[in-house]
Design a protein around this ligand. Structure first.
Ligand code: ATP
Length: 369
């Protein structure tokens, strides 16, 4: 069993800088946990504390039933894969993978068996005699993974392992790592600043900002139910549209007003605003690019959710097309029907799917509904 528990874990560096604050997380056996967040948010520091490479300055780290704060890295039964593969250049792939086992005085036959098994899983058996310099980036990354796998650790820690690869290889290796997780049935904690990697790999994702955990959730919950403005903006590409609005009430119901528009809200969202005392207050409306429609079937003339939008930029990404609009000075991105004929300068009607609107408190930036 490789469950982990971080209880109020914190890190203050010797220079007084607080890199991680009150980090609480229970990780179940076999989970694939992602730490994601902008540069400097404390992801690597947290990972390195789990590895034992960085001292924990407050709180407790448990692996299984043992508190490991003072346990040496080599005794934590953890293997770490870094973004720089750190392979020994003078050693063959085989020796690179066998190195850690030999240090632990593992019998020769066992080393041989473990290296060949790992090489098979990673499809690098034919490369075992080569030196690292005769490998591509992706192959080197596999060897680095292989070196971790042979140790059969309880927990794998990976710090941006794909960041040195080109875009195509990254996608390939992402799929490989996903398969590896299913195959090894191990617990993986993976650091990335790439939200696509986070959404596609993680069973749960931890979003961090300024050393503070913002939200921990499954990919779908994180995407559909962000807990605050930061998470809503960080997860999703192109990012969620945000518009400053005022909550107003008229004979038709509760509306979000901006410019000359007042978008009527569905009952459940309206209730939350009334309950929270937001009538006549400023809030932030959020809506994702795919929750705004440009197709005629969605556009009922006269409906409060229909806006006149002027195309600024047309962006074709193969299967997807994004239009960047201006609506009374507000920038709005929409994922449109790829057959759209709208081009820069055109003004067309777009409709907000009001059931998908997110509303944030303007002061605390937390999600209201
Ligand atoms: P990145 O994505 O850029 O790697 P990160 O989220 O992994 O960022 P960390 O490397 O954990 O961030 O660093 C968190 C903060 O702690 C940063 O502001 C960094 O400058 C600071 N920091 C890291 N190491 C030290 C150190 N030895 N002494 C003081 N501050 C440090």
């Amino acid at each position: 069993m490789a469950s982990l528990s971080l209880k109020n874990v914190g890190k203050t560096y010797p220079n007084g800088f607080v890199a991680v604050k009150n980090f609480n997380l229970d990780i179940a056996d076999k989970e694939f946990i992602i730490f994601v967040g902008p540069s400097g948010c404390g992801k690597s520091t947290t990972l390195r504390m789990i590895a034992g490479l960085e001292e924990i300055t407050s709180g407790e780290l448990w692996i299984g039933n043992t508190m490991v704060n003072d346990v040496e890295p080599k005794d934590r039964d953890i293997a770490m894969v870094f973004q720089s593969y750190a392979l020994y250049p003078h050693m063959s792939v085989y020796d690179n993978m066998a190195f850690g086992l030999k240090l632990r005085k593992t019998p020769k036959e066992k080393v041989d068996k473990l290296v060949h098994e790992a090489a098979k899983i990673l499809d690098i058996e034919h490369l075992l005699d080569r030196k690292p310099k005769a490998l591509s980036g992706g192959q080197r990354q596999r060897v680095a993974m292989g070196r971790a796998i042979v140790r059969n650790p309880k927990v794998f820690l990976m710090d941006e392992p794909l960041s040195n690869l080109d875009a195509k290889l990254r996608v390939q290796m992402r799929i490989e790592i996903s398969k590896l997780h299913q195959r090894l049935e191990s617990t993986i904690i993976y650091v990335t600043h790439d939200q696509t990697e986070a959404l596609t790999l993680g069973t749960r994702i931890v979003v961090m900002k300024d050393g503070v955990m913002q939200q921990v959730a499954t990919p779908i919950d994180l995407y559909t139910k962000p807990c605050n403005l930061f998470v809503a903006g960080f997860i999703g590409s192109p990012q969620m549209n945000f518009i400053d609005c005022k909550v107003v009430r008229d004979e038709e119901g509760i509306k979000l007003a901006f410019g000359s528009y007042a978008v009527k809200l569905p009952e459940s969202k309206a209730e939350k605003l009334v309950e929270g005392g937001y009538i006549d207050k400023e809030v932030i409306m959020g809506i994702r690019p795919e929750d705004i429609k440009d197709e005629e079937i969605f556009i009922n003339a006269g409906s409060s959710n229909v806006l006149d939008a002027t195309v600024r930029v047309y962006e074709m990404l193969g299967a997807e097309v994004f239009l960047y609009f201006s609506v009374e000075g507000h920038d709005i991105t929409v994922r449109v029907n790829p057959r759209t004929t709208a081009r820069p300068g055109d003004t067309i009607k777009i409709a907000l799917d009001t059931s998908k609107i997110h509303i944030f408190d303007k002061d605390t930036e937390t999600t209201i509904t």
